[in-house]
Structures are given as C-alpha cells and as structure tokens.
Design a protein around this ligand. Structure first.
Ligand code: FE
Ligand code: CA
Length: 530
C-alpha cells in the first residue's frame, strides 16, 4: 500500500519536476529556477491552472522550517515575505516537494498549498506518507521562485528501539541583545531535533544600539497582529536562525515574551490593563506565533490555543511539551525578584497553579502511561528549589507556586522512576539541578533538571550571584555569564548534555565552546559532571 502510493507520487509530480529542473544539482547554493508554466500535474493541485501573480524577488526571504515530526509525516513551513517589496494582498498558490536527496532526484511527496493573505502568507504543510526514521530534503516553489532547501527527518516508529537521539534545546533569543552565533553552531551539529522552550521574540519596543543593545527592534512594543508579524519577520530574517530551522525539525513551545513579559493567563504585566483588552492582545500574539512556527496545531481562533503536546522519539524518549503561561495563576506577592524577605502568605494559598488543572492532569496521565527510556518535561521556568530560607527570589518561577510544584513532584515520583529529565529555559543562565521531594528530613530526588542558557538574551542576575546560585543544595552548576544552547546526545544508557557557549554574544562569528558536560543515567536521578 505504502509502496504503491509512493510510486504514484513519483510517477506524477516528481518526474515532471525533475524534468524541469534538469535533474537538480548537489550544490544547494545553485537553486534551480522552475518555469511558471510548469505543467506538473500535482495531486489535488491548483497551481497548474491558477498562475501566481507577479511576485517580488526574494519572496522566500524568511527561509523555511519544519517541525513536529512523526514517524510518517512532518510539518513544512514558510512565509512569503521579501526583504524589499510587497507580496500582493491575494492568496498565493505554491507547490512543495520532499525528496530523499538534496538534489531532489527522488521526490517522494509533493503537492500544492496556498499562502493565504489571512495568515500573513504563512504556509503549513503536513507532508505525509513518509518513511519512519528517515532524513528528507524539502523546498517550496511560488511563481518562478524556489525556496532555500530545508533538511528534516521523521521520527522512528513509536515502538522502535532507537540507538540514539541527538537534539538541542534553547530559549530566549532577544534580537537586540546578541547575534545568533549559537544557532550557527546548532545548525552545524547534525541534530535530529531542536526543542525550543520559548521567548522566540521579545515584544518590547526598539532601543538605540549601545548599552547591551547590539541591533534594534523595528517599531514600538508589539500588541497588534501587524506588529507581532513584523517582529517575527525581523527575527526570522537572521541567517543563522534560518540555518538552524533549515537544518532539522523543531518542536516549539512559547514562554511569556511571545505575548508580554511575565503575563499570567489573562493578566498583563501591567496590572492596569483590563483582562478583556489583554485577551485581545493575547489572541493576536498567539495567532502570529502560530503563523510563524512549524507546528501541527489547529488554526488559532481567539485568545485560547492548546499547545501542550507530546513529541516522541521511538521508545527512547518522550517529550511533554508544556505551556506554563496560558493557564497560570498570577504571580504572588507583587512578582518581586531578588527580595530576601520571607514570602507573603499569598504564595502558599491553595489552588494556585502553573499549568492549569487540565494540563496538570494530562501530565500525570502521560507520565503514568509512558514506557519510554527517558521521560522529558520541556518546561519554561526553573523547577528546582532555589528558595533562600523562606524567601522566594523569583515569584515567576516554580518557587512562586509551591503547591503546584508539590503536585507535579508527586506526579514525577509516582512509580519510583528515575528517568525523568526536565529541560528549562526562561532564566538566561545555564544550570543543573535536582528536583527533590521533601518529607521532613527525608529528601528524595525525583528528576534531573537541565537549565539552558539564553541564545542571546542578557543575564537577569548579576554575575556575582553565580556562587550563590551554584551553592543551593539542589544545584550543581551555574553559568550566568555566557549565552548559548545545550547539545544533548541521548542513548538508552546515558544522556550527555554539553553546555555550548559563546564568549562574545555581540559577534555572529565568535566560536562556541563547551563550558561543561554533564551525564545523566536513566537508573539514577542527578547529573554527573564529566
Ligand atoms: Fe527570556
Ligand atoms: Ca521568559
């Protein structure tokens, strides 16, 4: 069945396309230009009969991306937007193809789609009928223009034993505070997957270059669809970020800055903003996030969008991709930071939540049902306890939600499993922690936490507090100084995490180095430094 489907696709669009491209080339720099009158009879195609309107040059200026891979399919993404000129305000037909080789000699899946005006000319294609655990190349064509070529891969079958997974996780890429050297490094690392933990954009207004501002945001603080779109377009115009997207599939969740700093559910950072007005902004922000991310999620309609979901990699790893912003209770005690006085009573009031009741229940069910070698929580804020006595140093983190953390820790320790790893972003520092269940004097480690530093966003804490952070009983390592990403090599026996950092975030070309390497084993909670 699968074979005949593949041959059908090969027999129609693919053969016609390879005839047009003259067989393609191994050199991905030499992008073939396809004639507009391409007669390719693509399945369910309209592109052959509805010619595209004239398009400005460089219409694939934001590159391509792929994401949410499954054993038989993967999401392909692009958005038509050139650096100069405008895309006509009409729906634009386009064609896509997936091949087993970079030269597109063997196209195994192809079809037509539409870059809709309503979506800002963003396109999501779910390319199906692919083989599991296989590398593919993909590209789009609109009018006579062909996109850059992206590389992606499907995941192994859900029940397949897997020898290894090489993935990276990252977060917090403020465009203003650094170049994307870490993405250049990640793009060159032959990864199977990137997990992005949020703060893809920062919503704030542009600041002049200087005092930690390396390059300026365009425009004021984003609050509307048009403004968020322009912000994503500016970020995605960066060639290192484009390269990282084109190198492998991503699994993406958001944090706060995709909407508004430290928002909580329907509460803006600015307490004077009425909930109804903030939800309108949230709807715009969620919609534009969806437009720009290679995600297999329903088209957003209004202020709510469920993005928490699983990403599996055979029997080796199961990622629970979490949303710690949309459902949370407002930060307690005025959302103070670095205040050493004892926490106000609000912080321990019962019922406060980080994930919301439904997501919490879902996490418990997923963990209980999982048979994966590694169960991974892809999470935003720090879960490890870093309280200073009775003081909460950052009310935005799990420390500010002790009752919710206790419930999550109970879920993590159920069944006595030792294979739980939490990967965390948001806090702009690299660290390793141990999530610990405390019952009087009995302390039981329940999960290992790997906190990744920011891609570019500046340190939130003074570098002098590094000793304080790494001195907490449940913390093994802290690096506040460096920007970077975390490279993970995961096998059934060991999870090796390399903290890749740059010493000059103002330079896109500065080399990255490994600041620290930690190894976690599935039968023991905690990471050992190598
Ligand atoms: Fe951030
Ligand atoms: Ca954040």
């Amino acid at each position: 069945m699968k074979v005949s489907r593949r041959h059908f696709l090969l027999g129609s669009a693919a053969v016609a396309l390879s005839a047009c491209t003259g067989g393609g080339s191994d050199d991905s720099e030499a992008r073939p230009t396809l004639p507009t009158a391409d007669p390719a009879p693509a399945p369910s195609s309209t592109s052959a009969t509805v010619p595209a309107p004239p398009l400005p040059a460089g219409v694939f200026g934001l590159g391509v991306a792929s994401g949410d891979p499954l054993p038989d399919r993967v999401i392909l993404w692009t958005r038509l937007l050139p650096a100069r000129g405008e895309v006509p305000a009409v729906d634009i037909p386009l064609h896509w193809e997936v091949a087993t080789d970079q030269a597109f000699g063997e196209v195994v899946s192809s079809g037509s789609s539409v870059a809709a005006v309503a979506d800002g000319h963003a396109v999501h294609v779910d390319a199906m009928n692919l083989r599991p655990d296989t590398r593919y190349w993909y590209r789009f064509r609109a009018g006579d223009q062909v996109s850059p070529v992206g590389r992606t891969r499907t995941t192994p079958a859900d029940d397949a034993a897997v020898a290894g997974l090489r993935f990276g996780f990252a977060s917090c890429q403020n465009y203003q505070s650094g170049r994307y050297g870490p993405w250049r490094d990640a793009a060159a690392s032959d990864l199977d997957l990137v997990v992005f933990l949020g703060d893809y954009i920062y919503e704030g207004a542009g600041s002049p270059v200087g005092r930690g501002v390396v390059r300026s945001h365009r425009g004021g603080e984003a609050t509307t669809v048009a403004q968020y779109r322009d912000r994503y377009a500016q970020y995605r115009s960066d060639s290192d970020l484009q390269a990282a997207h084109a190198a492998c599939p991503w699994a993406v969740v958001w944090d706060d800055h995709e909407v508004d700093n430290n928002y909580a559910n329907d509460r803006s950072e600015d307490a004077s903003v009425p909930s109804a007005a903030f939800l309108e902004r949230r709807a715009a922000a969620y919609r534009v996030w969806w437009e720009h991310m290679p995600v297999r999620l329903p088209h957003p309609d209004g202020p709510n969008l469920r993005i928490y979901r699983t990403q599996r990699f055979g029997t080796l790893a199961s990622f629970l991709l979490l949303d710690g912003r949309q459902y949370r209770t407002d930060q307690a005690c005025g959302d103070r930071t670095l205040d050493a006085s004892p926490a106000c009573p609000e912080v321990t009031s019962p019922g406060r939540t980080m994930l919301g009741a439904e997501q919490e229940q879902w996490v418990g069910e997923q963990l209980a049902a999982s048979t994966a070698t590694w169960d991974v929580l892809a999470n935003q804020t720090v879960l490890t306890n870093v309280m200073l006595g009775q003081a909460v140093l950052n009310y935005d983190q799990w420390d500010g939600y002790p009752d919710a953390r206790r419930r999550l820790v109970d879920q993590l320790r159920r069944g006595g499993k030792t294979n739980r790893v939490v990967i965390t972003g948001d806090i702009h520092l690299g660290a390793v922690g141990v999530v610990t269940h405390v019952d009087g004097a009995i302390r039981t480690p329940v999960a290992t936490e790997l906190v990744g530093t920011s891609i570019s966003s500046g340190a939130l804490l003074p570098v002098g507090t590094e000793g304080l952070i790494s001195g907490f009983p449940d913390v093994r390592y802290a690096n506040l100084r460096n920007r970077g990403w975390t490279r993970c090599e995961v096998t059934p026996e060991a999870w090796t995490a390399q903290y890749r950092v740059t010493d000059d975030e103002t330079s896109a070309d500065a080399p990255l180095r490994t600041d620290a390497t930690f190894v976690v084993r599935p039968n023991r909670v905690g990471a050992e430094r190598q």
